[in-house]
Ligand binder design. Structure first.
Ligand code: SAM
Length: 213
């Protein structure tokens, strides 16, 4: 994080001030479609279960929900106001009723609250805002929830040498990790990891892929 620069407020106050699209970082159409096209290229089919960790206001979910079979989109998010805004403003009622997206509001990675386990998992611009201990917790809990033949994709801000990140998360703070550190978050928690790197993100976030080891 850059020192001395005040960050926008988090939570309900921040969402009210910034709006549900800007709160998750803007580039709404581009980053939403980027996520959808990426996972379809990786093999996502309508019959798969997709877990969208930190689904926010459905920037990507507004593409995935219409594509996937009913109840196969699983979104977990800590801010209920974002999910509400996504459902009210980014999807039409008919699609919601037909596709029955499933949501858990939680900041502690309570994946076991979903009744189905995931084939594909995406964490787009989540680890860019979290300290190491929370990322470890996410990997450990996700390992137990994941289907054995599934794949987990996570984006991160890459730095060449390790930096000291803050101990507490912030939705508008930027956290940096090396490729090696991202790999070890996985391998320390029962995953194989592979660096994908550039995937066309406009802010140059890089992509990792993890599979159960
Ligand atoms: C930059 S936004 C990205 C949202 C979404 N993935 C997208 O691409 O539009 C980061 C999101 O992470 C959510 N978040 C942060 N910490 C979280 C946690 N511990 N559990 C669930 N969601 C979290 C924030 O509320 C926010 O919606």
């Amino acid at each position: 994080m850059k020192p001395g620069r005040p960050l926008a407020p988090e939570g309900a106050a921040g969402i009210a001030a910034l709006g549900h699209r800007a709160y998750v970082g803007g580039h709404w159409d581009e980053i939403g479609k980027l996520q959808f096209d990426f996972l379809v290229r990786e093999g996502l089919k309508p019959h798969h279960y997709l877990l969208d960790i930190a689904c926010g206001s459905l920037r990507a979910g507004s593409h995935f929900v219409p594509y996937l079979d009913a109840a196969h989109y699983l979104g977990i998010e800590k801010e209920s106001d974002l999910v509400r805004a996504g459902l009210e403003k980014e999807l039409d009622q008919e699609t919601i009723e037909r596709k029955q997206p499933q949501f858990v509001i939680s900041s502690s990675f309570e994946f076991s609250k979903f009744s189905e386990r995931a084939d594909f998992v995406l964490a787009q611009s989540l680890f860019t805002h979290l300290p190491p201990a929370m990322i470890e917790d996410c990997f450990a809990k996700l390992r137990r929830f994941m289907r054995e033949d599934g794949a987990f994709y996570a984006t991160f801000n890459e730095v060449q040498t390790e930096v000291s990140n803050p101990d507490t998360p912030h939705d508008h703070g930027i956290f940096w990790y090396t490729r090696d550190r991202m790999s070890r978050f996985g391998t320390d928690n029962g995953w194989k990891s592979e660096y994908i790197g550039d995937w066309g993100h406009p802010r140059h976030q890089k992509m990792m892929q993890y599979r159960p080891a």
